[in-house]
Design a protein around this ligand. Structure first.
Ligand SMILES: Nc1ncnc2c1ncn2[C@@H]1O[C@H](COP(=O)(O)OP(=O)(O)OP(=O)(O)O)[C@@H](O)[C@H]1O
Ligand SMILES: [Mg+2]
Length: 618
């Protein structure tokens, strides 16, 4: 059903179970020509050209040594060993052993260098690909991550990069050296005996036909195996990350059933792979044995007729054995090539992903060295999904040092207002200005340097509490940190943690409470001492008492900066200079607490709802 990732994937478009998705995309037609892909890939191996050349040389030497071994065997047999057997002289055997040992040693050295170089080139390519992908991921717009499929992104950076580097670092060169082996062997065989070569080649078409014949079967079986392991991973991952919900809803049994199903699918698929592989090997073995039998039978009749020597027959037998690997390799090369190109396409698709929110070019980029803190939303209309306006014609000017609160129902568009101010998204219409500069023209660094944001779903890294707090200001001293955490009311609880400021935050910040997480995120934003402070439900999970303490501490801190505070708990925003009530993407009303209460609109309604109950109780 070939849809491609990227823009606007609604869940209704995603048919089939989730673990099918990734491969559905894999199947989709390639859109970029191989030539283009190869051109770009070359960039990744050019820096290693010297090592590639050495590797190619080693591989060639290996092929040549491989080619010469049967020939040398023939020469030694026909000229030294067989005459020696007749005359009773055994010294020829010593010669032969010495030659074989010398060849084996040479081969060992070649192999050593080859293996190391292959791995060096392969891993260096992975390294470079991953660096580039990671750099791209760092600048991609939030839109990509909001719509993207994390698993798919991960798979590009890990699996696709690996497939590709294997292909670039090894498979291309290998196919060349195997081709040398094949053509070299053919040449030498023909020069030894024309008829015997023809007889030896009898079974080659069958050997080539087996993989060709089985290719489509094998490919679909392999694909099923890949899909089914993706299913296992996906169910596993969701269960593990959602374990609280799973247990809370007592869904363990059902989930175990789902897992059993995907796990069983995987087992079946793997067994099918094993069966087909076994069948394949059996087929190849039969053909090979048949080939050997034919060769020996014909060869012996030729020896008896005096047309060839024993050495020639032995050499042929050795050549036949050497043919196997290159033939398999060539038969598979098409597959690896296709796989590598598909991987390359996915990687470059990510690298070329359009950055929706782009930094202005250096020449017309405004660097804000100082910010007064005036914010202006000028006729802003914004849509995440085309045709669904989330903000409609918003006009709002916030003066420097003003303390503004955004309030309003869930989904009204409050966080979206912040997203536009920080330029995580660009408005569909209108513009946001800071100190009269359109944020569109301001460099990302200088724009965000002046802002301290406590997002609604603040994220803590797996690091110590201290490092998490000074994330935005790595040079901050312990004293500065303590000053901030005291204001926010986090100092005491942090000191009570097992290792105080050195306590490691676990993945998902599971070892601290959600309120504590908010306090750390709050400290992190405040430590930057930003001109503009944005608190999006920054204290929503903190108890009212702690919140009161924070408010008192903040009072002074907020005096000299512009602040935007979003809160559902209206007690938090009562003291704001101005309260902006947002409803369904529009500014419903605006004013300070007293004015809005007197007005008797949406705000007073919301406020009375929140405070009615305690009054009734008391
Ligand atoms: N990434 C997104 N893609 C599409 N729609 C979105 C996206 N983020 C938010 N929306 C939609 O935009 C609207 C406004 O969302 P927003 O997050 O601004 O609400 P909010 O006022 O902050 O609500 P809350 O009080 O619950 O935090 C919602 O209807 C939401 O469904
Ligand atoms: Mg919000």
């Amino acid at each position: 059903m070939g849809f491609h990732g990227g823009g606007g994937i609604g869940s209704e478009q995603r048919r089939g179970p989730p673990w099918m998705r990734r491969d559905e995309k894999k199947k989709s037609e390639r859109k970029v020509s191989d030539k283009n892909l190869l051109k770009r890939l070359i960039k990744y191996i050019v820096p290693f050209r010297q090592r590639m050349a050495i590797l190619a040389l080693l591989m060639l030497l290996g092929s040549i040594a491989g080619l010469l071994t049967p020939l040398l065997t023939q020469i030694v047999f026909d000229n030294i060993i067989v005459p020696g057997m007749v005359s009773g002289d055994k010294s020829g055997l010593t010669w032969w052993v010495m030659i074989m040992v010398a060849l084996a040693l040479g081969n060992w050295g070649l192999n050593y260098g080859r293996t190391y170089l292959i791995s060096w080139i392969g891993n260096s390519t992975i390294y470079r690909l991953r660096e580039d992908l990671f750099a791209k991921l760092q600048v991609l717009s939030l839109k990509y991550f909001a719509e993207g499929d994390t698993g798919r992104t991960m798979s590009r950076v890990t699996n696709d990069a690996e497939t590709l580097s294997r292909f670039l670092g090894f498979e291309i060169l290998d196919v060349i050296s195997e081709a040398v082996t094949i053509f070299g062997s053919l040449f030498l065989m023909f020069s030894l005996s024309f008829n015997l070569t023809l007889v030896s080649l009898l079974t080659i078409p069958i050997m080539l036909a087996v993989p060709l014949f089985m290719r489509s079967r094998m490919r679909s079986t392999f694909r099923q195996a890949r899909q089914s392991i993706a299913g296992v991973t996906s169910v596993l991952q969701e269960s593990v990350s959602g374990i609280r919900v799973v247990q809370a809803f007592s869904r363990e049994t059902q989930d175990a059933k789902t897992f059993d199903y995907v796990n069983m699918q995987n087992l079946k698929a793997n067994l099918r792979v094993a069966m087909i592989a076994a069948f394949f090997h059996m087929g190849i073995t039969i053909v090979r044995v048949a080939g050997t039998v034919i060769l020996l039978w014909y060869g012996v009749t030729q020896i008896v007729a005096g047309n060839i020597t024993l050495g020639v027959l032995i050499a042929f037998q050795l050549y036949m054995m050497r043919f196997m690997r290159p033939i398999m390799m060539l038969a598979n090369f098409y597959n690896s090539y296709q796989e590598a190109m598909a991987g390359a396409e996915r990687i470059f698709e990510l690298m070329d992903m359009k950055i929706d929110v782009e930094e202005p070019p250096k020449t017309r980029r405004i660097e804000l060295s100082q910010v007064n803190g005036e914010i202006k939303y000028d006729r802003i209309t914004f849509e995440y999904e085309p045709g669904v306006p989330v903000l409609k014609d918003i006009n709002l000017t916030i003066s420097p040092n003003e303390k503004v609160a955004f309030v309003g129902p869930t989904g009204a568009g409050k966080t979206t207002m912040i997203n536009l101010l920080c330029r995580f998204y660009d408005p569909t219409e209108g513009a946001v200005f800071i100190d009269g500069h359109n944020v569109h023209d301001v460099s990302f660094n200088s724009l965000r340097d002046h802002m301290g944001i406590v997002p609604q779903d603040s994220f803590l890294f797996q690091n110590t509490v201290r490092e998490n707090i000074r994330y935005g200001k790595p040079e901050a001293t312990d004293e500065e940190i303590a000053n901030v955490t005291k204001v926010v009311g986090a100092h005491d609880f942090i000191n009570r943690l097992p290792e105080g400021y050195d306590t490691m935050i676990r993945e998902g910040a599971t070892n601290i409470s959600i309120g504590q997480r908010q306090l750390i995120a709050f400290s992190r934003a405040l430590l930057k001492n930003p001109r503009i402070l944005i608190l999006d439900e920054a204290t929503s999970s903190v108890d009212p008492y702690t919140e009161l303490i924070i408010q008192e501490g903040l009072e002074k801190l907020l005096e000299n900066r512009t602040s935007i505070i979003i809160a559902h708990r209206l007690s938090t925003v009562r003291n704001a200079d101005r309260i902006v009530v947002i409803n369904q993407g529009e500014i419903a009303e605006m004013g300070n607490h007293q004015q809005l209460m007197k007005k008797g609109g949406l705000y007073s309604h919301l406020y009375n709802m929140q405070f009615r109950e305690p009054e009734i109780e008391s």
